[in-house]
Write a protein that binds this ligand. Structure first.
Ligand code: PML
Length: 249
């Protein structure tokens, strides 16, 4: 069946990315018959659930040529911690369990902290600790992943998880990122100052939520993809940006 990518971007301060503030965005994968529903959903997301009232919004859809890969979501564990310090320590130990040396994790953390805001992820070589993408402050943005219509709601009901679009999107992203053979693990927390839960994800550990990875009020986010196989970094970036992945449960 033909698949469409439906995307929304909302901003404050005009249409141009430079000089305006991103207030909301989203992408869905939809069959032709579901495009209208997807547009309505994204319109509401941008109007009602933005950080601040947007003065610019763009919604577009396009047909995707590549057939979608169908994948089951990573298994989810929620780790309750009492402080950001305890959360970071747990995250670091989960990354070490995935085979990443501590000095490489520290180096990756140092590299991400140099940017006050990155829209996408930084790709880090697990052997050298060097950054593998050349995207600067933009980073690499994984896109073209979504849940099959209705499957998240079914999954969330069974796992006693809230119907937050945030968790829905983060789990779809982590599942796509970890599905590729060069991926070792992902480390993520939000740049939203009001959201302190983050996660470590890998194919073997699953999606390990950690209830506090930073302090409230902190606008510094983090998204690192740890990679083993630097010769394949271009094909991995192509996969992250273009390969459609449909999460099924
Ligand atoms: C979750 O609660 O599982 C989502 C954590 C990551 C959120 C990332 C983001 O919103 O930027």
């Amino acid at each position: 069946e033909e698949l469409f990518s439906v995307r929304m971007r909302a901003a404050k301060g005009g249409a141009h990315e430079r000089g305006s503030t991103h207030v909301s965005g989203g992408e869905m994968l939809a069959a032709y018959s579901d495009i209208q529903q997807a547009v309505m959903y994204l319109l509401e997301k941008g109007l009602v659930h933005s950080k601040g009232k947007p003065d610019f919004m763009q919604i577009q859809f396009e047909c995707i040529e590549e057939p979608a890969k169908r994948v089951e979501p990573l298994s989810v564990t929620t780790n309750k911690v009492k402080s950001a310090k305890e959360g970071r320590a747990l995250a670091w130990s989960l990354l070490e369990q995935s085979g990443i040396p501590r000095n490489i994790i520290d180096e990756a953390d140092r590299l991400v902290s140099q940017y006050s805001s990155m829209r996408g992820a930084m790709l880090i070589d697990v052997h050298s600790g060097k950054r593998l993408d050349d995207r600067g402050e933009k980073g690499v943005r994984a896109s073209r992943m979504d849940w099959q219509n209705g499957h998240y709601e079914k999954w969330a009901g069974c796992h006693h998880m809230p119907l937050h679009s945030r968790i829905k999107e983060a789990l779809a992203l982590a599942t796509k990122v970890c599905e590729h053979r060069v991926a070792v693990a992902e480390l993520c927390w939000s740049d939203d100052p009001d959201y302190i839960t983050g996660y470590v994800a890998s194919k073997t550990l699953g999606y390990q939520r950690i209830t506090q990875l930073k302090e409230y009020g902190d606008e510094q986010g983090c998204r690192i993809f740890f990679i083993d196989g630097k010769e394949d970094v271009d094909s991995y970036i192509h996969y992250l940006e273009h390969q459609p992945v449909m999460i099924q449960w």
